[in-house]
Design a binder for this molecule. Structure first.
Ligand SMILES: C[S@@+](CC[C@H](N)C(=O)[O-])C[C@H]1O[C@@H](n2cnc3c(N)ncnc32)[C@H](O)[C@@H]1O
Length: 203
């Protein structure tokens, strides 16, 4: 939330009017604080287990907890109809892109779901040479991780521009550390850089 606030600088009025999607929301780390701010938060996620955790967490939040619409779909051109034509003032995607089989077509789809002046904000691993350590080998097999080398800013900028979005920001945003197992099974602490891309749909 802190990173989003830094980049969007929306006032409380803008937030309280906003219809927001958390694309690939997982168990709702971002969805819960987002829902407290906006008019309605669509939590889009294919995993029933993740959405159940999100709903439980949401239920246990103190008031005001905001309005969450869980949407259990793997979002693509075939399933987008289940959003019933809803347009979004903000679509946020955190650590989802490196799981996507076709990033450009998903970014094109998300861009098409923005309301006029709406923003698409993506956070994901940067290709700093460490990104391949983020998931362990078994997790990669289990989760079907696809592009685990991360992304560089220039590529992301091109992908966003091709959809017609105006790129307002594309840069390394913050660093996080994670303890992982090296090839000998020894624990090592790895620093990962996370990039942010902010694209706006022109009115
Ligand atoms: C690494 S998790 C990130 C979860 C959450 N955004 C966070 O930052 O904690 C990636 C999530 O994206 C979801 N995901 C991947 N592709 C998706 C798609 N096409 N539509 C919706 N969710 C998707 C996965 O099911 C998974 O829960």
């Amino acid at each position: 939330m802190e990173a989003l606030d830094r980049h969007l600088q929306w006032d409380s009025q803008r937030w309280s009017d906003a219809i927001v999607m958390d694309f690939g929301c997982g168990s709702g780390l971002l969805s819960l604080p987002l829902a407290r701010r906006c008019r309605k938060l669509y939590a889009v996620e294919p995993s029933e287990g993740m959405l159940t955790t999100l709903k439980d967490r949401h239920h246990n939040q103190p008031h005001p907890r905001g309005v969450i619409e869980p949407v259990q779909i793997y979002l693509n051109d075939q399933t987008v109809g289940q959003l019933n034509g809803q347009r979004f003032d903000l679509i946020v995607s955190s650590m989802v892109c490196h799981h996507l089989p076709d990033l450009p077509s998903t970014i094109t789809l998300l861009a098409s779901l923005l309301a006029p002046n709406g923003c698409l904000v993506v956070f994901d691993l940067e290709n700093d040479g460490n990104a391949c350590w983020f998931h362990d080998e078994q997790a990669k097999i289990d989760s079907g991780v696809i592009a685990d080398d991360g992304f560089d800013c220039q590529y992301m900028r091109e992908v966003f521009c091709r959809t017609g979005l105006r790129v307002e920001l594309c840069e390394t945003d913050f660093f996080c550390t994670k303890t992982v197992l090296d090839k000998e099974g020894k624990e090592i602490c790895v620093v990962f850089s996370v990039l942010v891309v902010v694209g706006r749909r022109n009115v």
